[in-house]
Design a protein. Structure first.
Length: 646
């Protein structure tokens, strides 16, 4: 079969002449953002000013010839650049005269007899419909609404290029000059390997300009390479069929950056391939070491075992990505109702690196339902809060991570109890561990007590007078206060997004902000309330509440008794607070104010006044925390305390 790309240096007309291109479904969607678009536009700007005829090296294209049709190519590498240039040419056609418009359309956009015509470039399954119906058509979102991040990026690329063209033509640059630069001055190094095996190798070593491949993409490429070397057509079909589902779930979860994709892969490798903490950081390289294709070819049995293992891994990635979607999207379709609030709490914690392999192992092993899963997810949330979110429990954010990763893989494969028996004493007090669920519970309780036992955990909510720490900056504050509010109004659904979103991402009624009862600058301009003892009181946990922004923006630095009136009675057109813990704080302020209103205002007046309020609030908070994140009732808790007493 003839391969049209024998020579390497090509212009766009030479590349596109008579050929069609498609991006395989297992490739990620369009990923260029404003930075990459801007770099391309700067290159075009430079070439417009450069009067030389020298061709500008623009990038490398790796194309895989479709063996069934001689003029159709899969884009192995370079899809981002080629897609952007097709968008560029579409935008140019909007400014061009009729002759150039028709020429651009036939060369780069759509060709063939009416009724049998087809688009020259076809994107992957997730983005192609949007690309054809919106970007290459009339940009009407009613034809195909935005559902993925890649859709937004395609539309943004179109708008940025169109805006640039408008500015250029308005300043006197001819559209034919710009078209000439794209068609004559851009040069591409085109590589079209004859053998599929060569394509697999190329996958591993080539990155798109400005967009490095994530570890997940490298693993995908290696899986394709394996399928070719093993002549495993079923494995190749699985990649094609399932990879778009994996990417779509990660897109919905908004976990699409190279770092986020690499973290996702790391968690999956920890569980499925039993990688330890260190190996998982180099997952792609370690995976290649473990799956040595040449050795797999030595016997049909080993070959079939490897194919089955890789197919199982792809299925594991797909299911894990779906749980990512459940957790981060959040998408609760098909999710057990009893699991939903537990997923909500874990999502709201927003610190997941150490517990994610265990999370995936739990939900996949238990198929997303069951009382045991509920119990373990609650324990996992408690562990995560006490060890990794509570103030000062660990000096490193990955403390103990290796142990949790090991528990995850052993639990998933049903070997946790046996390994525990081999390493520990299977008898825990009067309780004998009989299965993996009991072993996991015991290990997680022990892990939590060793790093954040009850005494340390309780002490974490107090502020050392010598410390400069400010609970306002505690990353767990909003989550803590949300949980406290939920405990006071158990029948009211608390919208977690009001806790997680930033102030700029919603209307003021949708946003809850952290409020100081004793404002940091309260009466400071009068030289009061700015001593070290005052600053200490203002940094304590009891000085904070969550408050609707509509009330918080009114009189931020007012005295607490003025704020209390707003909280309890409303302010002008604003209704009182709906948050019960704020009402409790307001009542405490009123009660204290009534008892000291006649007291002479000495230098300690405000400090004593606020200290009483903050003490009362802090006591309520800590009492709640010790109950909310208690380990009582879990296997191993009683044994731990018996050992302490002895």
């Amino acid at each position: 079969m003839k391969n049209n790309f024998v020579h390497q240096l090509r212009t766009l007309p030479e590349i596109f002449e008579g050929n069609f291109f498609c991006i395989p479904d297992y490739q990620r969607g369009y990923a260029w953002d404003e930075k990459q678009i801007d770099e391309l536009l700067k290159d075009i700007d430079h070439l417009l000013l450069d009067t030389s005829a020298v061709r500008h090296y623009t990038g490398t294209l790796v194309l895989s010839l479709n063996k069934d049709q001689s003029n159709q190519y899969h884009i192995v590498d370079g899809q981002q650049r080629l897609t952007t240039l097709v968008i560029f040419l579409k935008c140019i056609s909007l400014f061009a005269d009729r002759e150039d418009k028709e020429s651009i359309g036939t060369k780069y956009l759509k060709r063939g007899d009416i009724g049998n015509d087809q688009f020259v470039l076809k994107l992957n399954l997730d983005t192609n419909k949007f690309f054809e119906k919106v970007i290459l058509s009339d940009r009407n979102l009613e034809n195909c609404p935005i559902t993925l991040e890649s859709h937004e990026r395609l539309l943004n690329a179109h708008d940025l290029i169109h805006k640039w063209l408008t500015q250029k033509t308005s300043s006197g640059v001819l559209i034919t000059q710009i078209l000439n630069v794209l068609e004559e001055r851009l040069g591409f190094l085109v590589y079209s390997p004859v053998e599929d095996a060569e394509t697999g190798i190329m996958f591993e070593v080539i990155n798109n300009r400005g967009k490095q491949l994530s570890e997940l993409e490298k693993v995908k490429n290696y899986l394709i390479y394996c399928s070719i070397k093993l002549s495993a057509f079923s494995l190749r079909d699985d990649i094609t069929e399932h990879w778009s589902d994996i990417l779509q779930s990660l897109n919905k979860a908004k976990k699409t950056s190279p770092n986020e994709e690499s973290s996702f892969l790391r968690y999956c490798l920890v569980v499925f391939f039993k990688m330890n903490k260190t190996d998982s950081q180099y997952g792609y390289d370690v995976l290649k070491e473990r799956i040595k294709i040449d050795q797999c070819l030595q016997s049909s049995e080993k070959k079939n075992q490897t194919i089955t293992k890789l197919q199982d891994f792809i299925q594991f990635l797909k299911l894990s990505a779906k749980w990512y979607e459940h957790l981060y999207a959040p998408n609760y379709v098909g999710l057990d109702k009893a699991i939903q609030p537990l997923i909500e709490n874990i999502r709201a914690q927003n610190v997941h690196a150490s517990i994610m392999p265990l999370f995936l192992a739990l939900v996949l092993k238990n198929k997303g339902k069951g009382e045991m899963l509920e119990r373990h997810l609650q324990l996992l949330e408690t562990l995560n809060f006490r060890v990794y979110i509570a103030n000062g429990m660990t000096f490193r954010k990955d403390t103990g991570q290796g142990d949790l990763y090991q528990y995850a893989s052993r639990y998933y494969y049903g070997s946790l109890l046996n390994s525990f028996i081999a390493e520990e004493n299977r008898v825990v007090g009067k309780t004998t561990l009989t299965n993996d669920d009991q072993a996991l519970e015991y290990l997680l309780v022990s892990f939590t007590q060793n790093l954040a036992h009850d005494g340390w955990f309780e002490a974490s909510f107090y502020l050392d007078g010598k410390s400069s720490f400010d609970f306002y900056g505690w990353r767990g504050l909003r989550y803590f206060l949300m949980n406290y509010e939920s405990s006071l109004q158990p029948n009211k659904t608390i919208n977690i997004d009001k806790i997680l979103k930033s102030r700029s991402s919603g209307k003021t009624n949708d946003y809850l902000s952290v409020e100081h009862l004793w404002a940091t600058e309260n009466r400071n301009f009068e030289g009061q309330n700015c001593r070290e003892v005052d600053r200490y009181q203002k940094r304590r946990l009891g000085n904070f509440v969550l408050l609707e922004l509509r009330l918080n923006i009114q009189g931020t630095n007012d005295d607490a008794w003025v704020k209390a009136d707003r909280y309890l009675d409303g302010f002008e057109q604003e209704a009182p607070t709906d948050l019960y813990h704020v009402r409790l704080a307001g009542k405490s302020v009123r009660k204290t104010f009534n008892t000291v209103s006649d007291v002479k205002k000495t230098i300690n007046y405000y400090s004593d006044f606020y200290s009483e309020i903050i003490d009362e609030q802090e006591e309520r908070y800590i009492k709640f925390a010790m109950k909310r994140w208690s380990l009582k009732g879990y296997i191993g808790y009683k044994k731990y305390h018996e050992e302490l007493e002895n």
